[in-house]
Write a protein that binds this ligand. Sequence first.
Ligand code: AMP
Ligand code: GLY
Length: 426
Amino acid sequence: MKVLVVGGGGREHALVWRLTQDPAVTRVLAAPGNPGIAALAECHDVSVDDLPGLVGVIDRVAPDLVVVGPEGPLVAGLADTLRARGVAVLGPSPAAARLESSKAFAKDLMARYRIPAARSGSFGNPEKAVAFVDELGGKAVVKADGLAAGKGVIVAHDRDAAADAIDACLVRDAFGAAGRVVVVEEVLEGPEVSAFALSDGRTVVPLTFGRDFKRVGDGDAGPNTGGMGAYSPVPSVDRDTEDAIWDMMRRTVSAMAAEGSPYRGVLYAGLMLTADGPKVLEFNCRFGDPETQVLMPRLTVDPAELFLACASERLATRTAGWSEDAAVTVVMASGGYPGSYPIGLPIGGLGEAAAIDGVTVFHAGTAFDPDGRVVTAGGRVLDVTATGATVRQARERAYAAVELIRFDGARYRRDVAARAGEEEHV
Ligand code: AMP
Ligand code: GLY
């Protein structure tokens, strides 16, 4: 089987890495890929924002399966375009991807189908939005409706902060078209978890859980980022919670089918485990980044046939399988991230790091310089990933590898998965 992966970050490196270990896969291609992916797959230099360019590459190389990493091309319609050409693709149509691309759509669907989530309202009018904040008691989470690269969510602890966030979206246009509607919702409390499943439109195959670290600093200090680390499994998700979450995902997929937008692809629910049970914070229409970097090393079934079954509505008899091992990934980011940062800095120590037992270094934002050396090229640069018998062992290996990697200004969290080790007795 010939598989093409769309994207060029750490998530796609992890997908390519796992696909190359699948005996059914004869060739892996990537568009655009990155220097880490280039060691494993044939890379085609085309941006994920260039839909005609992607379709052109896919027409030329004729893969048996396309796996789409990021949400952008899905929301723009890549999956529909490919399906219309007879190409099997793992990823939903834009209508189904509204679960991620419009928070107002997702909230309305959850309310109508009684899928547990924070109480909320969607508003285009700032006065009405602020009145709803008052109804919630003055504390609220304000979310831009559309895609805002993880920056469109403000947790406001008082009425003034909520009113300012509403004004930023609806009046000052801080998020452009993505902020023309705001979702205002009650503040929930509890640990967060990311749940992943495959859906072919009817059947849901549960995958597994991961936990990511969204804030830039230790102890969850500082601004939100794309994700500074992750681990899997998440021992605090007990059996009942797990069943409740898969039930919520099944009901979401049934709801989408009933609404005439069957959901085919990876369904990712970001959840909060509240005192009243798990509640959905958001849906995403793709694999998580950096959660995929800790999922792929634990996946024990061959991915290509499973993904193809999902793409071709044949999930009914499938299941996934996961190793008992734990995996931890630590993101090494550029100095200054998530603000502005330099690029083009040489990276040393990659070979030594990868030589540690259980360690794989996924490339997130790297490039080759004119002399063919690997240099930094993005905010998140490397996802230093390790497996181990326990979260603690995986964590120790990942940090031992991080210590061997050098680039100027590198920043990383020192507490990724630290509490998993202590509180969850693993
Ligand atoms: P989202 O993009 O909707 O997942 O929101 C990003 C982050 O904001 C989440 O990971 C949570 O940490 C936080 N958040 C979102 N919604 C809520 C909520 N209703 N209550 C508390 N925190 C939230
Ligand atoms: N891990 C957060 C995301 O992929 O959106």
